[in-house]
Write a protein that binds this ligand. Sequence first.
Ligand SMILES: C[S@@+](CC[C@H](N)C(=O)[O-])C[C@H]1O[C@@H](n2cnc3c(N)ncnc32)[C@H](O)[C@@H]1O
Length: 253
Amino acid sequence: MWRAALVPAAAMPRVKGPLRRPLEGADEWPILNRLLFGDPDLGGHHQVPLPTSVPVDWASVFGRSGPVTLEIGFNRGRFLRALARLQPERDHVGVEIRRRYAWLVAHEMGRDDGPENVRLVWGDAKLVSPAIAPPGGFADVYINFPDPWWKKKHTKRRLVNDEFASALTDLLAPGGSLWIKSDVAAIAEEIEAAFAAEPRLYGPTPFSAEDLPPSFREARCLEMGLPIYRFRFTRGEARRVSPVAQAPTGDAG
Ligand SMILES: C[S@@+](CC[C@H](N)C(=O)[O-])C[C@H]1O[C@@H](n2cnc3c(N)ncnc32)[C@H](O)[C@@H]1O
């Protein structure tokens, strides 16, 4: 059983800095907005990929063919860049709706030299994800701590619903998993329900903090001892596991 959310998601710390302009001369790498939308200055809410740009040919973007993963809502890029370093044999794509974070990470990647196996999209995952890879194009998909959108009038902005669960499943390769974390019990329940209703997935199976690098929000939750709900749904033969509500940990487990 999920425990009631006792603590609302803490406000994300503000990012300051001159992030309104694209990287000088670097609009092809690591941000893919020119490729997807025709202009690096177009992106974010309401921006739909050009029909000519999709599905993206990741082998040509990365200069090699192999497994590609997707992270939705990479924010400061902590998880995405750590994952890319842990899994150098794979390529990694992040989609972030907020411009300042997309460009912050792009600037940092330019300054810190990568990693090379990451590309970023400043866009709305709901508009972009269904089009940026052919069916089965991603080896794994990660969603770390989706915004809870507490107010009733904002509920429709929540990332995961049945329709999006189905679109993400389309993108997942057989055997690939959707890895999801949240610190909000009510949101975790909603996510579980949406993915559990998708017949091409089985799970949820729990995983632990050691299985994946921490995101920025996760590190904060661990420091603050907040509960973290983690689940994984895998695309494959229906082998429905009874729902596992991972006990809130607040520790490393
Ligand atoms: C609560 S923050 C969590 C950030 C990060 N994943 C972490 O765990 O630290 C949610 C992130 O998802 C992004 N986001 C929300 N809706 C999105 C959407 N439709 N497409 C892409 N990113 C989205 C937000 O801008 C924000 O960066």
